[in-house]
Design a protein. Structure first.
Length: 191
């Protein structure tokens, strides 16, 4: 079963990286996948939430901190060293069979921190702003897809990261909701 899943993962990687290869994606996906390119958009989002989002926006910003810390540490601090899976760009480097659009990354592959962080943030944002679900999950999906398209992650690396992100984002919101409901509960007056 493990061999079948590994074979499927490689076939999906080649499908997304080679079969879907086109000049538009070759230009867009390397831009999308680099954190430094996204920093201005993230900064604009932070400023808008803090400035125009009111208490709800500022609460969301505060809750994004533990969400990103948890998703990043689970992906990079626990799973990457534990699984120690070589990135596809390195695994197939000698064969020169993949479109390595952002170069060869040497850190571990499983699981994708980009996917866990972006889906964790998307889930949390969705809890506060349900009407934004198409945007936030769409952005998380494009960011995650870019990791496969640029050959720095296998599809299952991204899928696992996305699942962890969704769970952590939901969990952070659930804990926040429990604390809020506990704080709002009327206290009994002693007789």
């Amino acid at each position: 079963m493990i061999e079948f899943l590994e074979h499927l993962d490689i076939q999906l990687l080649f499908f997304f990286n080679k079969t879907l290869s086109n000049p538009v994606f070759d230009g867009v996906m390397p831009f999308v996948t680099k954190e430094e390119n996204l920093a201005p958009f993230i900064l604009i989002g932070i400023v808008l939430l803090a400035w125009k989002g009111g208490k709800r926006g500022r609460t969301l910003l505060l809750l994004l901190i533990p969400t990103i810390i948890l998703t990043d540490q689970i992906a990079s601090g626990i799973f990457k060293p534990l699984v120690s899976r070589m990135r596809p760009c390195r695994a197939f480097e000698a064969l020169d069979t993949l479109n390595t659009l952002i170069g060869i990354k040497t850190s571990e592959s499983f699981m994708s921190s980009h996917a866990s962080n972006s889906f964790g943030a998307a889930m949390l944002i969705f809890q506060f702003y349900p009407r934004a679900k198409g945007w936030v999950f769409g952005i998380a999906a494009v960011l995650s897809f870019s990791r496969i398209y640029t050959a720095v992650h296998y599809p299952f690396d991204v899928l696992a990261g996305a699942l962890v992100g969704l769970l952590v984002g939901y969990w952070v919101y659930a804990v926040y909701s429990m604390i809020q409901s506990h704080r709002q509960r009327p206290t009994a007056v002693a007789s």
